[in-house]
Design a protein around this ligand. Structure first.
Ligand code: NAD
Length: 502
């Protein structure tokens, strides 16, 4: 850690940079060197209240702005994010640790949600029924909720917030984002780009912080809806607490994503895809593959190929164009992952490649790609989310056994199958109990115009995120029944019974 850190990262409220009033700060590391590069101010409840008040004041005007004007601001924002792609990616790489090309990938996937939001005038068209009764028409449309809050994890500091705020803002809400305190700077840059795009002050605000800020958002009477993405224990807590406070809430949690490899799969292709899906972003993706389920005789040749590939991954600083995999995010994450590897070894799994042995120059938070064979479902390394570059191979005898294994797991975000058989793939996609399925695709993150979300302990709430479900989450329905009667000065036309169509 460096002895002096001069830079402090502030909130962005109503278009201005606002320091935290709590006096509390947290370190923002450079994971590639192990140096502290800045401190981020942690919000007090008063800071959160200031952001929510700014968003509440802005809602009155923003919700009256025409759809076409809202869409035009989104178009400008889209272009600005695209123009600043390199700058944003470098900010992400320097605080998160992932390699720059990977950071660009997440920004582009986030941008796709902004592009969906540009088309919202079309998607928000309501319903109309002519002549539902004599002289009566019916219409239904959706209106914004008010102030929406987003609470997001460290692992996708641009994409995950973009799953939320473009949908909320384009549908007429205002937004308070509480990003991860581990990599806060990208959110401030996004706030600047929104302002440059012409978004009025107070429509998009950023408060930095930890549990204190989250609790203040969950209890604030003027927050209408909460979108959360992060680990399962916190997702469960956020869902329960926000629900108790009467808010609409969607809370996406952790994952343990399995990839089944059948004997008829293209092994070279599967091994390459699984290496990228297991070790990309140092395994810190909610859709990373962490369990490979090897069916029958595929196990030995598959483990051989996976181990060869794991050893070839080029690990180094995220800002070095030669690196394929960067460090993990904090010293605590590095120590937790190393401890998990030790636990797996003690439990009897075979460490074919041990990432603890990797040495990279400097003091960064590096753990190398790790491959375990002979993992069994009772082991901690199978049950728990490690969230690091650790792949475990579980050997089973059949596709049925593989599906049963996945369906017993409490996490249910994504699952993939590698096979040459359409029938096996169809059986898998119908019977596996997860929210997102890949067929010869290891990381099946849905495109922005579909919705993203898991089942069971991977999502609490009724709605998946972005796409059609994101629009429904950000709006509420109104149904209107309309009659323009001819004048009945004699009072005719009333009636005391419950109205039915005539
Ligand atoms: P995290 O749960 O520690 O933090 C997420 C957010 O919650 C952060 O903003 C953090 O400040 C806040 N927070 C942390 N502890 C809290 C507490 N006790 N009370 C209230 N708020 C708290 O998650 P993380 O380590 O930043 O991110 C990694 C996790 O996120 C992994 O479990 C990963 O699977 C999950 N994730 C899931 C998805 C998905 O789509 N399901 C996507 C990305 C990440």
């Amino acid at each position: 850690m460096s002895a002096t850190t001069s830079r402090t990262i502030d909130h962005r409220i109503a278009g201005r940079s606002v320091p935290a009033t709590s006096g509390r700060t947290a370190p923002v590391w450079d994971p590639a060197t192990g140096e502290e590069q800045a401190r981020v101010g942690l919000a007090s409840a008063a800071d959160v209240d200031a952001a929510v008040r700014a968003a509440t004041a802005a809602f009155e005007r923003w919700s009256e702005v025409s759809l076409t004007r809202r869409a035009r601001i989104m178009f400008r924002f889209r272009d600005l994010v695209d123009e600043h792609l390199d700058e944003l990616a470098r900010v992400v790489a320097s605080e998160h640790g992932k390699v720059v090309e990977d950071a660009k990938g997440e920004i582009i996937r986030g941008l796709e949600v902004v592009e969906l939001a540009c088309g919202l005038p079309h998607l928000l068209k309501g319903e109309f029924s002519d002549q539902v009764s004599g002289g009566v028409d019916a219409l239904a449309f959706r209106q914004p909720l008010g102030v929406c809050a987003g609470i997001t994890p460290f692992n996708f500091p641009v994409m995950v917030p973009m799953w939320m705020h473009p949908m909320a803002i384009a549908t007429g809400n205002t937004f308070v984002l509480k990003p991860s305190e581990r990599d806060p700077s990208a959110s401030n840059l996004v706030a600047e780009l929104y302002a440059e795009a012409g978004l009025p002050e107070g429509v998009f605000n950023v408060v930095h912080g930890d549990r204190e800020a989250v609790d203040a958002l969950l209890a604030h009477p003027d927050v209408a809806a909460v979108s959360f993405v992060g680990s399962t224990p916190v997702a469960r807590y956020v869902h329960r607490t926000a629900s108790e406070h009467g808010k609409r809430v969607q809370a996406l949690g952790g994952a343990k994503n399995h990839a089944v490899v059948l004997p008829d799969a293209d092994l070279g292709f599967a091994a390459a895809q699984l290496t990228a899906a297991g070790y990309g972003s140092a395994g810190q993706r909610c859709m990373a593959i962490s369990v490979v389920v090897a069916v029958g005789e595929v196990a030995d040749p598959l483990v051989e190929r996976l181990s060869a590939r794991a050893r070839e991954v080029r690990v180094g600083p995220g800002l070095d164009p030669e690196s394929e995999m960067g460090p993990v995010v904090t010293p605590e994450a590095r120590d937790r992952i190393r401890a998990s590897i030790a636990t797996g070894e003690r439990a009897g799994a075979t460490p074919v490649v041990d990432g603890r042995e990797l040495e990279v120059d400097g003091g960064g938070f590096f753990v190398g790609p790790t491959l375990f064979d002979h993992v069994t479902p009772d082991m901690e390394i199978y049950r728990d989310e490690i969230f690091g570059p650790v792949l475990g191979v579980v050997r089973v005898g059949s596709l049925d056994e593989a599906i049963a294994l996945i369906n017993r797991n409490r996490f249910a975000n994504g699952a993939a199958i590698f096979t040459g058989s359409g029938e096996a793939a169809r059986t898998f996609q119908r019977r596996v109990e997860v929210g997102m399925v890949g067929v010869n695709v290891p990381i099946p993150v849905p495109m922005a115009f579909h919705s993203f979300g898991g089942w069971k302990d991977s999502l609490f709430g009724d709605h998946h995120i972005h796409g059609p479900e994101g629009i429904r989450f950000s709006t509420r329905a109104k149904a209107v029944t309309v009659r323009w009667p001819e004048r009945h000065d004699d009072g005719a036309g009333g009636g005391m019974s419950f109205p039915t169509a005539s």
